[in-house]
Write a protein that binds this ligand. Sequence first.
Ligand code: GDP
Ligand code: MN
Length: 397
Amino acid sequence: MNLHEYQGKEILASFGVRIQRGLVAYNAKEAVDAAKQLTQETGTGWHVIKAQVHAGGRGKGGGVKLAKNLREVEEIAGSIIGMNLVTPQTSAEGKKVHKVLVAEDVYYPGDSETSEFYMSVLLNRAAGRNMIMYSTEGGMDIEEVAEKTPHLIFTEEINPSTGLLPFQARKIAFNLGLSGMAFKEMTKFVTNLYKAYVESDASLFEINPVLKTSDDKIMAVDAKVSIDDNALYRRKQYAEMRDLLEENPIEVEARAVGLNYVDLDGNVGCMVNGAGLAMATMDLIKMAGGEPANFLDVGGTADAKRVEEAFRIILKDPAVKCILINIFGGIVRCDRVAQGVVDAYKNMGDSIKVPIIVRLQGTNAELAKEIIDNSGLAVHSAVQFQEAADKVKEVLA
Ligand code: GDP
Ligand code: MN
């Protein structure tokens, strides 16, 4: 689950990480009030208005702007809220902005003593360990740094049995070229950032930029945070941060009925039991010349009700040209799934306008095929994987 910048910063602050402070506003008037309050609390004269959407590269798309007085705060907030922000990380239509973060300006005007670093904490899957990635080249496109000057990106792996050790935090501060007060600040920053990552069950904390101010403070100016979905049951305070407006509406609906659904760009809807088989089915669709419209794992209980729910979810995607159902009957019997498909189809009446290919394999597969074939419905059955692929090709042609 991804979070907004302001939510990520809230978590960071709760673990003692210094952040660029800010307040959320939903309209221009609230932004002005927020700016006034921030000036009172921090003494800041200028403010940065930052679009809160789940996408990076907001600065490049015009979603982060400096306001030098309250009139500018009002103007800029008014123009950013409601806009469709297009950044290098969004689709061409962009993302609608519903709120902004009004933040204190921390770059003290006319000051050349500030530096921007990059730092992230994430899981190194190959090593099976968490790692801290960091670079002196912060503030810009880290992907570009990785491509053109990979030697400027450092990594520090963390042993899970000891956690981050003090010497590692010092090594990071040293490699970033810091000394004195900034060095101490950085070791504290790294230590608390890592604590925040572990104790919030995050899969990513990316801070770009980490700022060294001219008075040697180290702070998080941005925060891109993902919390592991599988841990949300024990992180209720973070689960509540979910912003449904930022998520794909079909995926939100699927989650509500307990279906594991991921929306994709293609034209062949798929309904499969088991994640591994779902991945293999997506490959099969590609090999048949189609593109999967979704990933959908219906799980172990593919009864009529569940099949019907899955049908409804798949059909919400207007790009779907046909549906491939690929179910392996292990514990669930194929004939029951087949009956489920037939019942769901009948229940849904006219709403299914695309061809359906059903491939059932495993317990009672032959019986299942008979049920489908004798149903009189426009459902194609297949027993072999290849047969199913050929039928997909046929209906797409
Ligand atoms: P992103 O573009 O989505 O990564 O958003 P960021 O939060 O990283 O902001 C983009 C850029 O805005 C940063 O790299 C900074 O250069 C700039 N920025 C952020 N906060 C301030 C600030 O307080 N003052 C000034 N002058 N610039 C800022
Ligand atoms: Mn950033």
